[in-house]
Design a protein. Sequence first.
Length: 127
Amino acid sequence: MYTFKKEERLCNKKLIDELFHNGSSFLCYPFKASWLLVGDVQQVPAQILFSVSKRRYKRAVDRNLIKRRMREAYRLSKQQQLYEQLNAADKKIVLSVGYIGKEIAPYELIEKKMLKLLVQLSAELVK
RNA sequence: GCUGCAAAACGUUCUAUCGCUGCUUUGGCCUACGGCUAAAGCGGAGGAAAGUCCGGGCAACAUAGAGCAUCCUGCUUCCUAACGGGAAGGCGCCCGCAUCGGGCGACAGCAAGUGCCACAGAAAAUAAACCGCCUGCAAAGGUAAGGGUGAAAACGUGAGGUAAGAGCUCACGGCUUUUCCGGGCGAUCGGGAUCGCGGUAAACCUCAGGAGUUGAAAAACCAAAUAGGUCACGAAAGUGGGGCGGCUCGCUCCCUGCCUUGAGUAAUCAGGGCCGUCGUGAUGGGUAGGUUGUUUAAGCCUGUCAGCAAUGACAGGACCAGAUUAAUGAUAGAAAUUGCCAUUCGGCAAUACAGAACCCGGCUUACAGAUUUGCUGCUGAU
RNA sequence: GCUCCCGUAGUUCAAUGGAUAGAAUUAUGGUUUCCGGUACCAUCGAUAUGAGUUCGAAUCUCGUCGGGAGCA
């Protein structure tokens, strides 16, 4: 339900390369999302990775904090906003969410924007 | 009591819900070595995890011995696995309340050789000679006491000496080479004799000691899939394409790929060599994945003994991070500390620096707050 | 994770250890022109940072900060 296990994370190097080369992307400030439809290889509806630029945030502590907040927001909202739509449409995707904001946002803002991003992604999927 | 400096040790805590990750136990499923899954229990960032500045362990490769080159280090003794680290001491410099305390020191050698010392100044290193002093009719010679300089002027002061002068000689003093006596394991200190007197080695260099190279993306192992390499066997029957002769096969022209040599800035050109179909098996290598390496360690805590100390020996105890696109989190509530407002209840805000990645020993740098000890200063009481 | 290199005016580059750190360009002001441009003249503007060695440091040495490159 609210879990976030290893299978839901995107670890395969080839898939990541393919995602960034061929995937389609959109912007939802302060996030940048890329996604790609994949075949029937994976068991869960979506695999995701989070990224924060090292150039923008020099300290490892800051990057960890942002990634943890993003991961928590995704964990709490993915089931209702993403998995049901995907299961209904019988599609599977890989997804990457990068943080492009200039400041470290508080958790409430990240949660709100993550909801908006997932709604936007569902709309893109229908097209 | 306050303030400053130094050293040591610390660097938020608790509860609930939802998660991530490692281990153990129990249950369930499977192809039962093992894998998947559910529940419970026990754990889950640091003093710097940082910078990657030193030193090691560990691993692979290399390795007769010696020399040269390159790089690093440079007072002594000790500690240590080792170190450019640490402890104790010696010497020099700086500061202070000055026989004492604190801080800093790339602290071997310019008396091996070579080089450099701007501007100013007569002169910046074989001493020379512009003014000056002395001898001399002059030519010339002697001399370095005095001369605005400069970071630095041939050791400083006084006396003797002389035509005038000069470590030329003597006394005292400073630095220094060699050596003797005494103290100390030693650096070195005290005293005597002797040689010498610009600075610079974070200038080249000399001397002494040391360094094989590369770093877990090292390295070892595992079973699969895919394409190609090599070898063996087999099939087909001449095999890139066209033409000619032809049973096999042979000849000629053109195309393409790879390797190599030469010319050219390059495109390219010329010469030489090799291969061109299919299947099976073996073999070694590469890619992606997994396991090991990998967390029990030159480690931590407590005590006793040895030592001035760094540290060592012995005894006892606890052991509990281990991710790999990379966990250690989110929310809510309470507490603690600090600051501000109020000065009774309280309210608001803040809680630093920063995130393990093979492991240790150091160094350096960042840091809110707070504890202990020592010292300096100010103030109050006796 | 490991290794190496570089920081000079706003910009591009110079500068044996020797002093007002130089040149081009930019900016500002002036001369010339009816005005603008060009030209000429003048001015402003910098050694990343903190120490050390030295009489003297952009240069030599060490620490810090920032930037870049390589290893796959």
